[in-house]
Write a protein that binds this ligand. Structure first.
Ligand SMILES: [Zn+2]
Length: 91
C-alpha cells in the first residue's frame, strides 16, 4: 500500500514588505473520512450502504465535505517579527 504525502518547506518570502504578507498553501484532494469519499449517506436501512441511488429521498449530503467526497487542506503561514530589536534600532 502506498500513501501520498505533502511536504511544506517554510521559508520567508522575499516580498514581506507588501501588505497582507501571509501565505495559504492548498493541499488536495483528500478523501473525506466522514463519508469515505461518497459525498453522502443513504439512510434507508442497512441495504442503503450497498445500493447507491441518487434519486433516493433518504439520501443525505455529507456535512463535512458538502457532497464533494473530498477535502482540501488550507495551511496558512503567517509571519511576525521574532526576537529582540537590534541595538541600533532600539529607542
Ligand atoms: Zn464527506
Amino acid at each position: 500500500m502506498s500513501e501520498k504525502i505533502y511536504i511544506l518547506k517554510i521559508v520567508p518570502p522575499e516580498n514581506m514588505d507588501k501588505p497582507k504578507a501571509g501565505e495559504v498553501h492548498k493541499f488536495a484532494p483528500y478523501r473525506c473520512p466522514h463519508c469515505h469519499g461518497e459525498g453522502g449517506f443513504n439512510n434507508s436501512g442497512w441495504m442503503g450502504k450497498f445500493k447507491k441511488n441518487m434519486e433516493d429521498p433518504d439520501l443525505e449530503i455529507c456535512p463535512v465535505c458538502k457532497g464533494t467526497g473530498q477535502l482540501e487542506a488550507n495551511v496558512v503561514v503567517g509571519w511576525v517579527p521574532a526576537g529582540e530589536v537590534k541595538k541600533p534600532f532600539k529607542q
